[in-house]
Design a protein around this ligand. Structure first.
Ligand code: TLP
Length: 343
């Protein structure tokens, strides 16, 4: 059976044209900074995000972890949303690899306010950790693909400046936010000292993430990338996929957002499901199935039997993510399967 795979936008496979670009990539040893394709990608992303420099890394997790490591010293505290990716899905790496403590705050669907951040900053005191870094996530994955309002980010920046904190953006899906709002990536990136961006999610590359920041920050991040084992060699083959994705797969994210909205509107009609389609801002649909009384794992299994893959996403919830490899027909198939399971 051919599945409609809505588990994540990480499941996309490189297109024939992307594979061709990969096969033809000029390469060199990137630890010596001699891979022309990686260098070109790094220049392009720095320009896209309006930063001095950028760095290619193997994963979004490593992008966040290198950034945290580069901003902090052991014992520092990081102010971060409670359902953010580094808190929930990075295996406590910040504690293990950087020796920092997270100060978690619950946002509204993942979005924090400047007042919440200000309240979380530690007062200087012999007993207290040093507040060093604020991490935000745009779009916010566990919040349901929510978009950070740019004005709120600037208000948080004012708080950060007042207390001398650095700011990092987990922009794994930043371009989804840009396509949905029309705000250029450089505008969204401007309030931050460092920004990560994933090439292997909605953009459809098989591997790779970027970190952007000042030249000085990226030089230190490069050293930490080596320490974390992320220094790679003839990696232009992968960078070529990233360059191809940035050229061809950004504007089309609007299609994924449209598909997510179609799916959400149809599911909102079903009696076993609670969902407000207006809350679907980008390509992630969080589906509250608690009115059905069904266990998410059971729902996952029954949908799978009908050819549709989704992920259980916490208590009483499923997540469906639209992407490059799901077309309109796939969305219709998914809607039919949900109708059979939840009517
Ligand atoms: N997210 C994955 C899972 O890990 C949950 C997914 O399927 O959505 N930041 C954000 C906001 C992410 O959503 C992810 C991946 C990452 C970082 C990590 O990226 P990778 O998987 O490349 O390490």
């Amino acid at each position: 059976m051919e599945f409609v795979d809505l588990r994540s936008d990480t499941v996309t496979k490189p297109t024939a044209a992307m594979r061709k670009a990969m096969a033809e990539a000029e390469v060199g040893d990137d630890v010596f900074e001699e891979d022309p394709t990686v260098n070109l990608l790094q220049e392009r992303v720095a320009e896209l995000l309006g930063k001095e420099a950028s760095l290619f890394v193997p994963s979004g997790t490593m992008a966040n972890q290198i950034s945290i490591r580069t901003h902090t010293v052991p014992g520092d505290e990081v102010i971060i949303e409670a359902d953010s990716h580094p808190v929930l899905s990075e295996v406590a790496a910040a504690a293990a690899l950087s020796g920092v403590q997270f100060r978690t705050i619950h946002g509204r669907r993942g979005i924090l306010t400047a007042e919440q951040v200000a309240e979380a900053v530690r007062i200087p005191d012999i007993h207290r950790p040093v507040s060093r870094l604020v991490c935000l996530e745009n779009t916010h994955n566990f919040g349901g693909g929510t978009i950070y309002p740019l004005e709120e980010i600037w208000r948080i920046r004012e708080v950060a400046d007042r207390f001398g904190l650095a700011m990092h953006l987990d922009g794994a899906r930043l371009l989804n936010a840009c396509v949905a709002t029309g705000i250029p990536p450089s505008e969204y990136a401007r309030p931050f000292d460092s920004v990560s961006l994933c090439l292997s999610k909605g953009l459809g590359a098989p591997v790779g993430s970027m970190i952007a920041g000042s030249k000085e920050f990226i030089a230190r991040a490069r050293k930490n990338r080596k320490m974390f084992g992320g220094g790679m060699r003839q990696v232009g083959i992968l960078a070529a996929a990233g360059l191809y994705a940035l050229e061809h797969h950004v504007e089309r994210l609007a299609e994924d957002h449209f598909h997510a909205r179609l799916l959400a509107e149809a599911l909102a009609e079903l009696p076993g499901i609670r969902l407000d389609p207006r809350e679907v801002e980008t390509n992630i649909v969080i589906i509250d199935i608690s009115p059905s009384g069904m266990d998410p794992r059971e729902a996952q299994k029954r949908l799978r039997e009908l050819g549709v893959l989704v992920l259980p996403f916490g208590k009483g919830r499923l997540r469906a993510v639209t992407h490059l490899d799901v077309d309109r027909e796939g969305i219709q198939r998914a809607i039919h399967a949900f109708r059979r399971v939840f009517c």
